[in-house]
Design a protein around this ligand. Structure first.
Ligand SMILES: Nc1ncnc2c1ncn2[C@@H]1O[C@H](COP(=O)(O)OP(=O)(O)O)[C@@H](O)[C@H]1O
Ligand SMILES: [Mg+2]
Length: 317
């Protein structure tokens, strides 16, 4: 196994308020990592920090992000742009961020492809239309001749997936790429992303609320809560044998066909910037006791690289 991405002690803030705390993560080449967690837990921030697009408010306070041995946080903007265009692809949660609003989709695809490799226009068009068809975008020529605002949210999302995939990146970061899609189209997009990995060994990090997508696609799963990574491991370990009370609650809150409606997780995540001496989940955790309030949990290693940050998860639950 070759590590393609290594994140070490990553701390990120917006406007000086800490958003991500001490994130450590290793992703192997060709692996699909699913990141889950409630809204506001810092999933998008993590992907944006990796790709260097935190925006004006955001700042990496400390840490390293090594991609294929290159520290992305310590190279020039020009080098980073080059890597972004060729080796790193991103599908943003808001597909509006993938396109220039005042240029037609077709010219944006052609420009991206021509910058990336030697290809003539006819070949490029064929590739683009093939990719559109695979993602269930039938009327490809009309789409290429449209401005982003002329397409629905779901279509923009698929067009953004198509653009990221057609560049054939080594690492694809996909932030809720299927959230605006109906179920059949979602399945097509998931299949295409998996084919990309199977044919080209593409490494994929996918953020999603949809546990079905995670359980279908991912090899590894990372669970985030309030800017902390609370559990990490193989899909089977994390989804079938979760250790952290938050992961257990998250899994229990998935509605089951024919089942009773789940209750959800009582309480609210802490406000960002709230200083915790202990565990950030302690305010909502039914296992919370003194140590959880006063001491930060350290990483506990279960088997096979399954790790969890919790004082209590190995006592009786
Ligand atoms: N550009 C920004 N400026 C200031 N705060 C932000 C910005 N983007 C996200 N945040 C805040 O950072 C926290 C984490 O957000 P985000 O990474 O989008 O979470 P998730 O993707 O898990 O829903 C939230 O409290 C959000 O309001
Ligand atoms: Mg998000």
């Amino acid at each position: 196994m070759t590590t393609i991405l290594e994140i070490e002690k990553l701390n990120v803030s917006y406007h000086g308020t800490s958003i991500l705390q001490d994130i450590n993560m290793k992703v192997e080449k060709g692996e699909i990592l699913g990141i889950v967690g409630e809204s506001g837990s810092g999933k998008s921030t993590l992907l944006k920090a990796i790709i260097g697009l935190l925006g004006d408010n955001g700042r990496v306070e400390s840490g390293r992000v090594s991609f294929d041995q290159v520290d992305l946080l310590r190279i020039s903007q020009k080098e980073l742009r080059n890597i972004r265009g060729t080796q790193l692809g991103m599908v943003f949660q808001n597909p509006g961020m993938s396109f220039n609003p005042i240029r037609k989709i077709g010219s944006q695809f052609l420009e991206a492809l021509k910058n990336h490799r030697k290809i003539d226009e006819a070949q490029a068009m064929k590739q683009i239309l093939d990719m559109f068809a695979k993602l269930g975008l039938g009327d490809g020529k009309r789409i290429l001749n449209s401005y982003p605002f002329e397409l629905s949210g779901g279509m923009n999302q698929r067009v953004a997936i198509a653009l990221a995939m057609i560049m054939n990146p080594q690492l694809l970061l996909a932030d809720e790429p299927t959230s605006a899609l109906d179920v059949t189209v979602q399945a097509q997009c998931v299949k295409e992303m998996m084919d990309l990995r199977d044919h080209f060994g593409t490494t994929i990090i996918i953020v999603t609320h949809n546990m079905g997508v995670v359980s279908h696609m991912a090899d590894k799963v990372a669970v985030m809560y309030a800017g902390d990574l609370v559990e990490y491991g193989s899909k089977t370990d994390v989804l079938n044998h979760p250790e952290h009370p938050y992961t257990k609650a998250l899994i229990a809150s998935i509605p089951q066909i024919g089942g009773t409606l789940p209750k959800g997780i009582p309480g609210q995540p802490p406000a960002f910037g709230q200083v915790f001496t202990g565990c950030s989940f302690s305010t909502r955790c039914h296992l919370c006791d003194d140590i959880c309030i006063h001491e930060k949990p350290v990483m506990h290693n279960c088997e096979n690289g399954h790790t969890v940050f919790c004082h209590k998860c190995f006592s009786e639950v």
